[in-house]
Design a protein around this ligand. Structure first.
Ligand code: NAG
Ligand code: NAG
Ligand code: NAG
Ligand code: NAG
Length: 360
């Protein structure tokens, strides 16, 4: 990546002392190689190049409150010191921000230092990786993340596009990585996640609150599938389209999970053109008893739901389709070309007559 008119960080620092207001007006391209320089200078930069940054243990790479329109460019390998804390390792906020990287770069969490066969609720305290909270009217493009200690992207923004992100946690499969959700979505409005490539050990996507969300052209390997939820605590998830994606060798395929005894709403969700293979537990599952198996309740309506062209295989010990609704809380579903086979039939309950519980 070529940046013209690069101002070195040293001369930028000198200028900062002289005329901060003038600096804010001028175009500044900043190249950082040293973590400590970023915080005091970032707000003046239109381009923030982060070259082989090492983030000290227990600290976030804090890219919050950036100048409107700033471009953040990761270059080389970004690494993090080891501490047992909640993180996040990276946080970004601002308006009209673009976050991208030069080819071949990687954010390497070196998660093996934390993995211990426990998730967020036991063992070592593990840092979440990347938080996009109030990263509005912005884009995250082509970022490559390796070996997240626990949850990878937390998205909580308006009008955000996340495009071509790669999350490779494959080293964690046999080293005890847990709860390595790829994309956790909360309080997001107008979010698009497209062309994601994920190999992880928990949800590829989990939307527990938000409106107008699109996930398309995703590849999900090894995790827990593409999920709405878990929904509870009065939350609403509405107007979601999950399309043209593959889910391979994962625990679940497509899933809507709501909590027993809770209120909330799941409305206008479409899953279309999803290919499954090697699903070990549930090919397609809607469960209203997520936190209390066997006790589905009807305080959360799951309605205006479309499953269209969901096809592929689950393995013998799993179930093809599992629908566990509360009384009258699942309705107005469209069910077209759902063809999942290879596993057992489940004893479904309270599902709409338009749906089907058996393999096809
Ligand atoms: C979502 O996008 C629509 C259409 O572009 C826009 O009208 C609306 O204001 C956006 N919502 C938010 C919360 O920005
Ligand atoms: C359902 O959600 C989609 C976006 O995913 C939107 O385009 C459509 O208008 C919504 N339909 C209704 C009835 O709200
Ligand atoms: C279905 O999704 C696959 C990707 O999994 C894509 O290649 C194909 O074009 C999609 N089909 C349609 C009709 O959109
Ligand atoms: C189901 O959908 C139809 C039309 O799409 C609508 O008229 C009806 O009110 C919905 N039913 C419920 C119970 O919301």
């Amino acid at each position: 990546m070529h940046i013209s008119n690069i101002l070195s960080v040293a001369s930028l620092a000198a200028l900062t002392a002289a005329a901060p207001s003038e600096l804010e007006r001028r175009q500044q391209n900043c190249v950082f190689t040293d973590f400590d320089k970023i915080a005091p200078l970032k707000k003046y930069c239109d381009v923030i190049a982060l070259r082989n940054i090492h983030v000290p243990a227990g600290k976030s790479l804090d890219l919050t409150d950036l100048k409107t329109g700033a471009h953040v460019i990761f270059e080389g390998k970004t690494t993090f010191g080891y501490a047992e804390w909640d993180g996040p390792l990276v946080k970004v906020s601002g308006k009209q921000i673009t976050v991208r990287q030069t080819e071949g770069s990687v954010l390497d969490g070196e998660g093996a230092r934390w993995w211990d066969y426990h998730g967020g609720n036991g063992g070592k305290t593990k840092p979440h990786f990347f938080s996009a909270h109030n990263l509005d009217d912005s884009r995250i493009e082509g970022i490559s993340v390796k070996n997240s200690p626990v949850h990878c992207f937390s998205l909580d923004s308006k009008n955000l596009v996340v495009s071509g992100v790669k999350i490779d946690n494959s080293d964690g499969d046999d080293k005890g990585a847990y709860n390595t959700d790829a994309f956790d979505v909360a309080h997001s409005y107008n979010l698009t996640i497209e062309n994601a490539w994920v190999h992880n050990q928990d949800d590829c996507l989990a939307i527990n609150q938000g409106d107008n969300i699109r996930f398309t052209n995703g590849y999900c390997y090894g995790g827990h599938g593409l999920s709405i939820g878990s929904v509870g605590d009065g939350n609403t998830v509405s107007n979601v389209e999950i399309t043209n994606s593959q889910i391979i060798n994962s625990m679940n395929g497509v899933r809507i999970k709501t909590k027993s005894g809770h209120t909330g709403e799941v409305r206008n969700i479409t899953y279309r053109n999803i290919t499954l293979s090697g699903i070990t537990d549930y090919g397609l599952i809607v469960q209203q008893d997520y936190n209390n198996p066997g006790h589905a309740t009807n305080g959360i309506k799951v309605h205006e739901i479309t499953f269209d062209n969901i096809h592929g295989t689950a393995t013998q010990k799993g179930y093809n389709i599992a629908l566990t609704c509360g009384e009258g809380s699942c309705y107005n579903w469209t069910w077209k070309n759902v063809k999942i086979h290879g596993a057992r039939d489940y004893k479904c309950q309270n599902y709409p007559s338009t749906a089907s519980c058996s393999a096809a």
